[in-house]
Design a binder for this molecule. Structure first.
Ligand code: FDP
Length: 343
């Protein structure tokens, strides 16, 4: 090998990784592999736009606004359309649903439907765009339940435990794609010079020694007694253990990703501040369930405070749920506090 040249045998692109995973399943048709690859492509597209976010206004007045005066599309709409359009004609997907839309997204007439269901939150944490903080895309893939033809709402309302693949892209200091198909959680970093996601974090496991707790503590007065006491326990107020450090961006993918790599717990509990949202803010289908699937396959756990998030069958696409997610002992302790004080 030439001096200073990278060891090519160690460079694994996402395509190669997905294909190698597929080779362990001789019955596989390659449809899921291609679907994942298309999602990675959407991630590259979204990343290329999010890194130009601050430029939209100044460039908009010259290159990006056309003569008809069409305005620059909002980033979350752009992300939403990118994912839909990359997957609406491939014959791999029966139906999609996006956090940006009220109902299901059907495959347009004239295109074939496939055996998978794609659910996604195109740009989560988008209130952070103006501040250059990390944002992300979350996705979940299920097998369709309906036999054939257009996919249905019921195809989209499956318990997280039946997921086939879950993943997210994080657009931060670098762009990463993290996914699991139930055989380990793997992280890839986008090399912008070559436009490829390269395997940088194989077999991610949440470290046993957690570092952080992440919650919007500004809402503390609206929490139940159990959640308040749990937070004090995380802060080591009982004197029995060292406090965890607090970190909260307010961008779910960013907060989750940090705790996945360093260990910790993220929670967004139910609170009493808005009577129309008694179950907190986060969406079961688009946010909680996919991240619960990833946390579980990284050795962690996710709960709504009473039960495993993966056991909940959604009743509607935009159902909200309290979320406690991260190191298993931290999450089960949250369940203990809630059982003891909030029954
Ligand atoms: P955002 O509103 O910026 O899209 O569910 C969306 C979300 O962000 C999550 O990414 C984030 O964890 C949460 O909301 C932040 O909510 P708070 O501002 O209430 O803490």
């Amino acid at each position: 090998m030439l001096a200073n040249s990278p060891d090519q045998s160690k460079i694994i692109t996402i395509e190669r990784h997905i294909l190698e995973e597929q080779s362990g399943h001789p019955e596989a048709t390659g449809s899921l592999t291609s679907l994942l690859y298309d999602i990675a492509l959407a991630g590259k597209l979204i990343a290329s736009r999010t890194t130009r976010a601050g430029l939209a206004e100044i460039l908009g007045s010259t290159a990006d606004v056309n003569v008809q005066g069409e305005t620059v599309m909002k980033l979350d709409q752009l992300a939403d359309q990118s994912i839909y359009r990359l997957n609406d004609h491939t014959g791999r997907v029966a139906v999609m649903a996006s956090e940006e839309h009220e109902g299901i997204l059907s495959i347009p007439p004239g295109f074939p439907t496939g055996k998978y269901v794609l659910l996604y939150d195109p740009l989560d944490g988008s209130s952070n765009i103006d501040y250059n903080a990390s944002i992300g895309t979350i996705f979940a893939i299920y097998r369709r339940l309906s036999a054939d033809g257009p996919g249905t709402l019921a195809d989209c309302l499956q318990p997280g435990r039946d997921m086939v693949v879950a993943g997210y892209m994080i657009y931060g200091s670098s762009t990463m794609l993290v996914y699991t198909s139930g055989h380990g959680v793997h992280g890839f970093t986008l090399d912008p010079a070559i436009g490829e996601f390269l395997l940088t974090h194989p077999n991610i496991c949440i470290p046993e020694q957690p570092k952080y707790y992440s919650v919007n503590q500004g809402y503390q007065r609206y929490w139940s007694k159990g959640v308040q006491l749990y937070t004090q326990w995380l802060q080591g107020m009982d004197g029995d253990h060292k406090p965890l450090s607090s970190r909260y961006i307010g961008s779910l993918v960013g907060d989750f990703h940090r705790n996945l790599i360093s260990g910790g717990v993220f929670y967004y509990p139910a609170d009493s501040q808005d009577a129309s949202k008694p179950h907190g803010k986060l969406r079961l289908v688009y946010e909680a369930a996919p991240l619960a699937f990833i946390a579980t396959h990284a050795g962690g756990y996710a709960s709504d405070g009473k039960q495993d998030i993966l056991d909940i069958t959604p009743a509607s696409l935009h159902q909200r749920t309290p979320v406690f997610i991260g190191n298993r002992p931290l999450v089960t302790t949250a369940e203990d506090f809630i059982r003891l004080y909030d029954a």
